[in-house]
Design a protein around this ligand. Structure first.
Ligand SMILES: [Zn+2]
Length: 249
């Protein structure tokens, strides 16, 4: 890389390569410093959200609250939520300790305040598997991706309140099912079988044993008409005779 100059009738050939190299180095250095400064100034706080995903592939009329209720009723999940709550509290405590001694303190305090997101600390997401196709070399192959469907973000108080409402009904149903107007609709084949197995296919009034299920009724102890719920504690096995007698009363 050379440049020809003419000064007072003399021609000079100047090799510009060293200047070019120096220029590139300076630009690289400036860029590196800019990246470093950006990194130092960026927020170091990452709020530790609790995230639970529910795969609702193939299901219709999905209500995320039902999935959250079942999640809260599951002992292992509940333990995980409580542990995560403690983790968040601990994380906040650590960050607040750090803020007392850190550099760029006012900037860090502002960034911390922006990062803390207690009102949305617990994130529940429903997702669906979707089949996608890609074509390469005339061969079509399918692969699955998980797409988020809906999301509900809540705070710890919401969780505690929900959990206590579920506990009040002995974790027997989701809150929506428990308060549903049409309790008969909630009587499923699986629930029927569950109650029959629990009561050992035996009429709970006369003791008739019906192992083949013939004449076996699953009865609401407190009738639906009187506010009885379709939950295991309000269901029992009866034989046709006892069921008929009960209905006549
Ligand atoms: Zn009976």
């Amino acid at each position: 890389m050379t440049q020809l100059y003419e000064i007072d009738g003399y021609h000079y050939i100047v090799d510009l390569t060293p200047y070019f190299v120096l220029g590139v180095l300076v630009i690289a250095l400036v860029c590196a410093i800019a990246v470093l400064v950006r990194r130092i100034l960026a927020s170091p706080f990452r709020y530790p959200y609790y995230v639970a995903r529910f795969n609702v592939s193939g299901r219709r009329n999905v209500r995320i609250e039902d999935y959250i209720d079942r999640h809260l009723m599951d002992p292992a999940s509940w333990d995980a939520i409580v542990a995560h709550r403690a983790y968040i509290q601990n994380w906040k405590h650590e960050q607040e300790e750090y803020l007392k001694t850190c550099r760029l303190r006012s900037r860090r305090e502002r960034q911390y305040a922006e990062a803390v997101d207690d009102d949305r600390a617990f994130r529940f997401i429903t997702c669906r598997d979707q089949t996608r196709y890609k074509q390469a070399n005339y061969v079509k192959t399918s692969y699955k991706v998980s797409m988020d469907d809906s999301e509900l973000d809540v705070n710890w108080e919401w969780i505690v309140e929900r959990r206590s409402r579920l506990a009040a009904i002995n974790d027997e149903a989701t809150l929506r099912d428990y308060h549903a107007k049409n309790q008969r609709r909630l009587m499923t084949k699986q629930l029927r079988e569950q109650i029959a197995r629990r009561d050992n296919y035996t009429c709970q009034i006369c003791g008739k044993y019906m192992p083949d299920g013939v004449g076996l009724h699953v009865d609401h102890i407190v009738p639906v008409a009187k506010g009885g719920k379709t939950v295991p504690s309000n269901l029992q096995v009866l034989c046709s005779k006892c069921n008929g007698r009960k209905g006549a009363r």
